[in-house]
Design a protein around this ligand. Structure first.
Ligand SMILES: [Ca+2]
Length: 308
């Protein structure tokens, strides 16, 4: 054997293909061959390797090659570099996936917002707590029961409509969005309640009803008299002899139109006839709603501290 090569010695000239040789001989010769198979294979397939001087140009991989030969192949630059490239690609891909996961978690909005992380306790003021024994619950009564919310581990309190109203539709027919109904107290009581709730770390939710007002609201009184910009604050339509202009129904099942003899037109109401719908296509109406929102927002800010 010349230096720098691998020599495979084979007794019967059967090519080493990596599988157990099939001794396809006839008669006794085949039996005898199998009896001594282990001993003969040890010699026949003995591989004489000069492990430090294999010729990569002449040696080809083959199935069943021993570890020593396999190691020679694995050390070839072609295999080694490919292996290292794949290894570092896997490491890089893993790092990219980890970084992307961290970035997504960091940049994503919180799973639960404040209004999702705690029950919201809704209070109907009139029946909750009567602080002055006049027979109706009020804002001071709510303030007196703050410990009740804390005992229940409630973080958010929703106080239903307490605007100045005619008490139609559970106080949702509002006469004035800028005042508290006398039944429930005063604006000073409202401010005091906000302060007390925030001092205890509670958030307050109040209603805004932009869809309609009470028919006693000043805007409606001015609108039915066609006064200036208020003329189109509500949805008016001609109706001959009080006959509704179409068959639209309110949520209560009757006609959504009501005749007003002062203006001699019908106005639209999705709810009760005492709750005429505002004309939200009128920019002046939207401005009025925005002013109400800003006013409430400013009150929160006045007293918010770290809670809003
Ligand atoms: Ca009361």
């Amino acid at each position: 054997m010349s230096e720098g090569s691998v020599e495979l010695k084979q007794k019967t000239a059967v090519e080493n293909n990596g599988f157990v040789p099939d001794y396809d001989y006839d008669g006794e010769e085949k039996v005898a061959s199998r009896k001594n198979s282990q001993t003969e294979e040890a010699h026949v397939y003995a591989v004489q390797i000069n492990a430090t001087s294999l010729d990569p140009l002449t040696l080809k991989p083959y199935a069943g090659m021993p570890k020593e030969v396999l190691l020679q192949f694995s050390r070839r630059p072609g295999y080694r570099i490919t292996r290292e490239i794949i290894f570092w690609l896997i490491i890089a891909a893993t790092l990219v996936i980890i970084a992307a996961t961290i970035a997504i978690i960091a940049l994503s909005p919180r799973c639960l917002d404040w209004w999702q992380s705690s029950p919201i306790y809704q209070v109907y003021p009139k029946s909750f707590k009567d602080s002055n024994k006049d027979g109706a619950g009020d804002l001071k009564g709510i303030q007196e029961k703050i410990n009740h919310f804390l005992y229940l581990d409630v973080k958010n309190v929703w106080v239903a409509s307490f605007y100045k109203a005619s008490l139609k539709d559970y106080n949702y027919a509002v006469d004035d969005f800028r005042d508290v109904d006398p039944t429930f107290g005063t604006m000073a009581d409202f401010d005091s309640m906000i302060s007390a709730l925030h001092d205890k770390g509670l958030k307050l939710i109040i209603d805004l009803i932009p869809n309609h007002t009470s028919n006693k609201h000043q805007w409606f009184q001015l609108s039915r008299n066609r006064t200036g910009k208020y003329t189109d604050y509500y949805i008016w339509h001609d109706c001959v002899l009080g006959v509704p202009p179409n068959n639209w129904l309110s949520v209560y099942g009757n006609s959504a139109w009501e005749y007003d003899d002062t203006r001699n037109q019908c106005y639209f109401h999705q709810f009760r006839k005492e709750q005429p719908d505002l004309n939200l296509n009128n920019p002046d109406v939207l401005t009025e709603i925005e002013v109400c929102l800003r006013r409430v927002e400013s009150k929160y800010r006045e007293d918010s501290g770290p809670h809003t």
